[in-house]
Design a protein around this ligand. Structure first.
Ligand SMILES: [Zn+2]
Ligand SMILES: [Zn+2]
Length: 355
């Protein structure tokens, strides 16, 4: 079987977007289309923007003009693999990939959209909208959205029915999302977002004084390590010096509680942290090193997150005090608290990557 009508793929289009557009072009709805393509492979339950197994990529290639390699390049796997030094586990959570809900029927955060981009003559969904450092549209300078403003349901175009076959319609209430209102995106956050998009999609690297090496992995994993560090220290009085010296404005953090891991944060929280991190990366690594030493930051506080993957974090950690648990004078102060659910999920996914 060959697809009767095969829409042209846009260079920055996500796999799910192209499949949804193909299903509509062929007079079907996405769910029936997935069944026709792959029978027992329950594609509506899967995160197709993230990863497509080889077998499904081959069977899809047979029905289309695309090669299995081109199909894989529509997923985010080849790009996010660049920032990790071990093979990504399709079942795990990936750094920077905004996760979808487990059951696939409704997403928790998932696919975002630019309401103005959806007004293009051939609307489609961009791969980058699933990556957590994308908070706005660089063309329209507005914040991305992930919910229908009318019914508040998460944007789920894969659930469109055959009688509402438009990618810009809410799959739940039919609201025209092209009219969804949003707010302007911060210029600095957008600038940093585009630096990161160019790094991951075009391997065009911008160097930063705060980095020990200028590799892709160092850039992304330093960002991913420093964000939880900011979340951990902003409440501590002694770290005011850290933020002041590096000219980091943490006003937003003091006023609104930032919860969750980066991938699950709201657009506003991520926008703020992107701006903060962009500013941080422009500081000199030796200044950062001295500050951390002056503040007697311990190795444990600084690199308790995924530090092993960032040469910068490893370099800076080398000069910090190593916490020795036997030296803790009053163990009663250190009550063992259960980890937050997000943290448990992350640890679990890290564990999955090892087995
Ligand atoms: Zn746009
Ligand atoms: Zn709706």
């Amino acid at each position: 079987m060959k697809l009767s009508i095969e829409p042209k793929v846009f260079s920055d289009e996500s796999l799910n977007s192209w499949l949804i557009r193909s299903s509509i072009a062929n007079g079907s709805d996405p769910r029936s289309f997935y069944i026709a393509l792959w029978e027992e492979y329950k594609a509506w339950n899967k995160d197709l923007d993230k990863h497509l197994p080889k077998q499904q990529a081959y069977s899809l290639a047979k029905m289309t003009a695309l090669t299995p390699e081109e199909i894989k390049n529509l997923t985010l796997e080849p790009y996010l693999q660049k920032i990790i030094d071990k093979p990504l586990n399709p079942l795990g959570l990936w750094y920077f990939l905004i996760p979808r809900g487990k059951r696939g029927l409704s997403q928790t955060n998932g696919m975002h959209f630019c309401s103005k981009c959806l007004s293009d003559s051939t609307p489609y969904l961009k791969r980058q909208w699933r990556l957590a450092w994308n908070i706005g549209c660089p063309v329209h300078k507005i914040k991305l959205l992930n919910k229908c403003p009318n019914c508040r349901i998460i944007f789920s175009p894969q659930l469109l029915k055959y009688d509402t076959p438009k990618i810009y319609l809410c799959s739940s209430c039919g609201f025209d999302l092209r009219g969804a209102e949003t707010t302007p995106a911060d210029g600095k956050a957008l600038k940093f977002q585009e630096i990161l998009n160019k790094a991951i999609f075009n391997t065009q690297i911008t160097s930063f004084p705060a980095l020990h090496t200028q590799s892709l992995q160092d850039l992304f994993m330093t960002i991913r390590s420093i964000i939880p560090f900011f979340q951990q220290i902003y409440k501590l009085k002694k770290y005011h010096l850290f933020f002041e010296t590096l000219d980091l404005d943490i006003h937003y953090m003091e006023e609104s509680k930032i919860m969750h891991v980066f991938e699950k944060m709201s657009i506003d929280d991520r926008e703020f942290l992107l701006k903060l991190t962009y500013q941080f990366l422009q500081a000199d690594i030796e200044t950062i090193k001295k500050l951390l030493q002056q503040l007697e930051t311990t190795n444990k506080v600084f690199s308790s997150k995924p530090a092993s993957m960032s040469p910068t974090i490893l370099y800076l950690s080398k000069f910090l005090k190593i916490t020795d648990s036997s030296k803790i004078e009053n163990p009663k102060q250190y009550a063992i608290k259960p980890n937050a659910k997000d943290e448990v999920n992350r640890l679990y996914s890290e564990l999955l990557e090892l087995i």
